[in-house]
Design a protein around this ligand. Structure first.
Ligand code: URA
Length: 211
């Protein structure tokens, strides 16, 4: 598994405002969106491309375009939805599939309650969106599921990751280089309730309100 921590002043600035408990939902949504756009730039360095011949107003040249099959973006409901627009703005030709996963607050185990993905993911590059890599259970299950369906490689984009979650993912995935995690920061630890410390609280609640 490869890990990329986006080390950039704009990323750090936006993340700091997201962490602040005084930041309201509309501001949180806008900043999460902007942050994901920056993370997408890093996460798509290996997106598949091909050369294409074009003609500029001045003459012929060779350029680059994204190839088929199109990348598949998979937000994990519900908090991953807050990352979708920021990603598809940069990758407008990508298709979007949905995975609904919830973790039991007692056992911290992830279960799938909704799934809307193409049946066959053969040859697809997948980008999973989940803002908080906490215990790693949700992402490990989502990544395993995408590979079962035939995905070629999977990049998980998160706003924050906990060391415990990264370690759990490494245990689940091993040294499979087809998996990459791109995150804005790795925080200190998880607390006894499975929240990332210092973190930013419950990402879904901060995006969409407490349910
Ligand atoms: N999910 C969240 O929304 N926040 C955390 O800190 C951990 C998991």
């Amino acid at each position: 598994m490869r890990l990329h921590i986006a080390d950039h002043p704009l990323v750090a600035h936006k993340l700091t405002v997201l962490r602040d408990r005084g930041t309201d939902s509309p501001t949180f949504r806008r900043l999460a969106d902007e942050l994901v756009t920056l993370l997408t730039y890093e996460a798509t360095r290996d997106v598949r491309t091909a050369e294409v011949a074009i003609t500029t107003p001045v003459g012929p040249t060779t350029g680059t375009h994204l190839t088929s099959p199109k990348p598949l973006v998979v937000p994990i409901l519900r908090a991953g939805l807050g990352m979708l627009d920021g990603m598809t703005r940069m990758l407008p030709t990508a298709e979007v599939g949905f995975l609904g996963m919830i973790r039991d607050e007692e056992t911290l185990q992830a279960t799938t309650y909704a799934n809307r993905l193409p049946d066959d993911l053969s040859g697809r590059q997948c980008y999973v969106l989940d803002p908080m890599l906490a215990t790693g259970g949700t992402l490990a299950a989502a990544i395993a599921y995408l590979f079962e369906r035939g995905a070629d490689d999977v990049t998980a984009i998160t706003l924050l990751a906990a060391p415990e979650g990264l370690e759990a993912l490494r245990q689940a995935i091993g040294d499979d280089d087809r998996v990459q995690v791109v995150t804005a920061a790795v925080d200190e630890r998880l607390d006894e309730n499975g929240y990332i410390v210092p973190g930013l609280g419950d990402a879904g609640d901060r995006l969409y309100g407490v349910v």
